[in-house]
Design a binder for this molecule. Structure first.
Ligand SMILES: *[C@@H]1O[C@H](CO)[C@@H](O)[C@H](O)[C@H]1NC(C)=O
Ligand SMILES: *[C@@H]1O[C@H](CO)[C@@H](O)[C@H](O)[C@H]1NC(C)=O
Ligand SMILES: *[C@@H]1O[C@H](CO)[C@@H](O)[C@H](O)[C@H]1NC(C)=O
Ligand SMILES: *[C@@H]1O[C@H](CO)[C@@H](O)[C@H](O)[C@H]1NC(C)=O
Ligand SMILES: *[C@@H]1O[C@H](CO)[C@@H](O)[C@H](O)[C@H]1NC(C)=O
Ligand SMILES: *[C@@H]1O[C@H](CO)[C@@H](O)[C@H](O)[C@H]1NC(C)=O
Ligand SMILES: *[C@@H]1O[C@H](CO)[C@@H](O)[C@H](O)[C@H]1NC(C)=O
Length: 409
């Protein structure tokens, strides 16, 4: 009885829903036409040799019955039916194609604009932007724009004046473009107007340290990727001092060297994730700075030139979950105190010069540990696994290549 009642209610809901779908409002006419203008423009800059077999934006059709909110890459607000997201997907553009930003002015509610592509396709996208109506101020016209993905294009520093106008941005990706140094502070100081910018990805460009003057002003940043650029010299402590809201910093795959900063400015104490992998840092004894970042949950120092014993101040990072010290030149014993870092999920000590005896039993209490790697270039590392301890963790990956494993019953 009760069941039928619920079933009945359910059917009513289904009917209501179908009714709504049926009387579904289509997208706004003006925006639909504007999307078709964009498509026309993209066809005009598509490489001729592909136009025979590649259909540009095939779901964006002139069929008046087709709802543009359902076109591939288009997102709308459910109630207003205005366009809130535009993504072109992978395009096959002529060399040096520019994006005509005037074509985007009609999209007043657009929150997210994605000019990136599928990473697997080796094809040219945009190398610049222009607007013969509003000039550099163009992106400012899109007052709701929060997310701008320009990754995997061929943009160079000349687009910064455009980005300065996009003051509502919270997320900006310029990963894998052609940004490079020099970065004259005067000319590009303007991202300071982006008071809402929290996520900035500049990885895989050719930027050098001159970018820091420019980033200083973006104090709202929480996440900063500068991986794989041409930065060098000492850890940029001073340069980052104004970015007091940073929670994630990725400086991996650069040429930073010297010891890891002994002194860390108070601003950096909020860091939760720090990636300094694939640099040239040496001297593990200068690690006190990092050890003051007590909120750190992820620390990647792999593929550096760290020498000396395991930096024992790391045991103060009691919240750490991911610790990667692989491919360095650390020596001495693997400290049993690692077993006190109770939140560890991932621990890699692969490819160092550790020696002596390490007992797996010292990790027995790490109930979160899922990944553990240890190996040594020194022949004298022995890993001991006595039969008596019961691990609280369930490892999914456990590698001990070229270790002398001694099992005692
Ligand atoms: C959708 O549009 C309506 C009406 O303009 C607005 O009140 C609402 O906040 C919008 N929803 C989202 C998720 O932006
Ligand atoms: C750019 O788009 C605007 C708006 O549609 C148009 O008036 C202008 O002619 C376009 N410019 C070029 C060079 O395509
Ligand atoms: C932009 O589109 C690309 C390709 O479709 C996709 O991989 C990427 O995740 C999108 N970016 C955002 C911010 O959604
Ligand atoms: C930067 O890109 C613009 C637009 O494609 C181009 O005109 C300019 O020559 C480029 N500048 C450099 C230094 O490559
Ligand atoms: C950045 O690179 C340019 C050359 O591209 C050079 O003139 C400038 O001095 C470099 N700046 C820094 C801080 O390394
Ligand atoms: C550190 O890097 C700088 C800049 O590349 C270089 O001049 C210096 O020699 C390097 N120092 C060491 C000890 O490698
Ligand atoms: C694991 O925890 C138990 C109970 O707190 C304690 O007695 C034991 O010494 C710990 N073992 C290690 C290797 O830390």
């Amino acid at each position: 009885m009760e069941r039928n009642f619920f079933l009945g209610r359910y059917l009513i809901w289904v009917t209501l829903l179908l009714g709504q779908l049926h009387g579904y409002k289509s997208c706004v006419e003006e925006e639909r036409n504007a999307l078709l203008e964009v498509k026309k423009y993209i066809i005009s800059i598509t490489r001729e040799e592909v136009s025979d077999y590649i259909n540009v934006l095939p779901t964006w059709t002139y069929d008046t019955k087709s709802d543009c909110c359902r076109w591939e890459g288009v997102k709308c607000n459910r109630t207003s039916r205005r366009v809130t997201g535009i993504a072109f997907g992978t395009l096959y553009l002529k060399e040096n194609s520019l994006l005509n930003l005037s074509l985007l002015h009609p999209f007043q509610d657009v929150r997210s604009l994605n000019l990136s592509k599928n990473e697997d396709y080796d094809t040219t996208l945009f190398s610049g932007m222009f607007d013969d109506v509003l000039g550099y101020k163009s992106l400012g016209r899109l007052r709701s724009l929060e997310i701008l993905d320009l990754s995997l294009n061929a943009f160079n520093n000349s687009i910064f004046p455009f980005l300065n106008a996009a003051t509502s941005l919270t997320t900006l990706s310029l990963r894998r473009n052609f940004m490079d140094g020099p970065f004259p502070a005067k000319r590009y100081k303007s991202l300071r107007r982006s008071r809402n910018l929290e996520i900035l990805d500049l990885s895989r460009n050719s930027l050098n340290n001159s970018i820091f003057h420019f980033l200083n002003a973006v104090t709202s940043l929480k996440t900063l990727f500068l991986r794989s650029n041409n930065m060098n010299g000492l850890f940029p402590v001073e340069e980052l001092k104004d970015l007091t809201n940073l929670e994630l910093l990725d400086l991996g795959e650069n040429k930073f060297n010297g010891s890891i900063p002994i002194r860390v400015l108070p601003g950096m104490r909020k860091l939760k994730a720090l990636d300094l992998s694939s640099n040239e840092f040496y001297a593990s004894n200068g690690m006190q700075g990092i050890c003051q970042m007590t909120n750190i949950q992820e620390l990647d120092l792999s593929r550096n030139k760290l020498v000396g014993p395991f930096p024992s101040c790391l045991f103060g990072l009691t919240r750490i979950q991911v610790l990667d010290l692989s491919s360095n030149q650390l020596t001495g014993k693997v400290p049993p105190a690692l077993g006190s870092l109770g939140y560890l999920k991932y621990l890699s000590l692969l490819d160092n010069n550790f020696e002596g005896v390490f007992s797996l039993g010292s990790l027995a209490n790490l109930s979160e540990l899922r990944f553990f790697q240890l190996s040594s270039k020194s022949k004298s590392l022995q890993v001991e696994s006595e039969g008596s301890w019961k691990a609280k963790f369930q490892l999914r990956v456990f590698e001990l290549p070229s270790c002398n494993l001694v099992t005692k019953a």
